[in-house]
Design a protein around this ligand. Structure first.
Ligand code: DGI
Ligand code: FE
Ligand code: FE
Ligand code: FE
Length: 188
């Protein structure tokens, strides 16, 4: 397995300090949620450290990464802020030698979500929404919901994102809608 400390230094060098602090917040939160809900904290830490590795790459490099990898999902037909997630999964595998498909998928779907999210997917995506550095309207409610239900908290997160996109007149990546529908079915 690759060395986490070395990967962290490399990831840190590819982003501004503020984004690195976000990454640390996601890592700490993802580990805590893992212990609370029974995910593997080691998988959560790896996914968290790498989740935004491609966030500050030029969008053209993000696009090229997806094209070169023969990505099947139509990410490129939707908003650019979606691209860094699958690009991050590709670089985690090819550049950082991560072979665990659970970790790679948690990175790949950390922005969009997906139907049938795994426990690890949920922990990483939710940690991304609620890490201590996040301050957007509704984040406190997400943190409250996270104390009793990963699914309810994530639904609130996606509903906030979808609401924002609608307000902006922006398209919604269909997988985000499917992710929310799937989480609704999981609620008791
Ligand atoms: O990378 P981060 O800022 O830590 O967080 P993220 O990966 O969740 O955010 C990416 C942005 O993508 C988020 O501000 C909303 C935007 N976005 C654009 N279109 C969509 C979308 N997010 C989702 N979930 N679905 C979309 O269709
Ligand atoms: Fe992200
Ligand atoms: Fe997110
Ligand atoms: Fe993030």
């Amino acid at each position: 397995k690759p060395d986490l400390q070395a990967v962290m230094e490399s990831v840190r060098a590819q982003m501004p300090e503020k984004r690195w602090q976000h990454t640390i917040g996601v890592r700490d939160t993802a580990i805590r949620l893992s212990l609370q809900y029974g995910a593997d904290p080691v998988q959560a830490e790896w996914a968290a450290v790498l989740h935004d590795v491609a966030k500050y790459w030029p969008v053209e490099k993000q696009r090229q990464t997806l094209v070169d990898a023969g990505e099947q999902e139509p990410w490129l037909q939707y908003d650019k802020p979606l691209w860094h997630a699958p690009a991050g999964a590709i670089v985690a595998e090819r550049q950082y030698s991560v072979t665990d498909s659970m970790i790679l998928d948690a990175i790949r779907y950390h922005t969009s979500g997906r139907p049938g999210m795994t426990l690890l997917d949920k922990v990483v995506c939710l940690a991304d929404y609620m890490e201590p550095g996040r301050a957007f309207p509704g984040v406190d409610r997400i943190r409250e919901l996270a104390e009793r239900s990963l699914e309810a908290a994530l639904i609130a997160g996606f509903e906030g994102t979808i609401g924002q996109l609608i307000e902006q007149g922006a398209p919604i990546f269909p997988m985000t809608v499917l992710a929310r529908n799937s989480l609704l079915e999981e609620l008791d």
